[in-house]
Design a protein around this ligand. Structure first.
Ligand SMILES: Cc1cc2nc3c(=O)[nH]c(=O)nc-3n(C[C@H](O)[C@H](O)[C@H](O)COP(=O)(O)O)c2cc1C
Length: 186
């Protein structure tokens, strides 16, 4: 098997979601920008290039948490969850919020999200290849105008994830997957 195939397969199987993140060692901004660029190589139908990125470091992480938390309060979220949201992004040196812009119709909007999810996967794999630790976290208020405004995303954007990106603070045990369910039709 060619080396590149083995390397890629190993990389895909090595990537893990982890909370073993070093919040204190900054991630090189050029590396972060390069990972966002890698994300944009994902397939995207009609070449809509639907991805948008907002990078939070330093006190920006607290602003991100507070912005989402305030929206959760407006939606009567459980107090403990709101409190956790205010500080949870401080667990990572860098957090990249990735948005998917709305399309002119429902199908395009859905396909945009599919494309952005594929882009997030590129970003995670690129980070893994560079020895960085990642966690793809859902955003509690993915369409909140205050969040979109903070991120500089256009109206109608959906925040597909907040990716924690840090130097590792430990080693996550190896992952496992069930065998794929495949029906072969001849
Ligand atoms: C759309 C999406 C949202 C996710 N949201 C969270 C989250 O909010 N918190 C979390 O700890 N992990 C989240 N994850 C990560 C999954 O929990 C993780 O991929 C899964 O447990 C498998 O672990 P692995 O990534 O190490 O293989 C999310 C993954 C996806 C694809």
């Amino acid at each position: 098997m060619p080396d590149a195939v083995e390397t890629l397969d190993r990389l895909i199987r090595t990537r893990r979601t982890t909370k073993l993140l070093d919040p204190d060692t900054p991630v090189d901004p050029e590396v972060v920008a390069g990972l966002c660029e890698l994300a944009t190589w994902a397939p995207n139908h009609r070449r809509t290039e639907p991805w948008r990125f907002a990078v939070f470091t330093g006190d920006g992480r607290r602003v991100l948490g507070d912005t989402i938390a305030e929206e959760m309060v407006r939606h009567d979220a459980h107090e403990a969850k709101v409190l956790k949201t205010r500080t949870k992004y401080l667990r990572s040196a860098c957090v990249v919020v990735i948005g998917s812009i709305a399309g002119p119709d429902e199908v395009t909007t859905a396909e945009n999200r599919d494309a952005v999810a594929a882009g997030v996967s590129n970003l995670l794999l690129g980070a893994t290849a560079r020895g960085l630790a990642t966690l793809w976290s859902s955003v509690a208020t993915p369409t909140s105008p205050a969040l979109l405004d903070l991120c500089g995303f256009p109206e109608g954007t959906f925040a597909v994830g907040a990716v924690y990106l840090s130097h590792p603070a430990g080693t996550e045990p190896a992952g496992r997957r069930s065998a794929p369910l495949i029906r072969w039709i001849d």
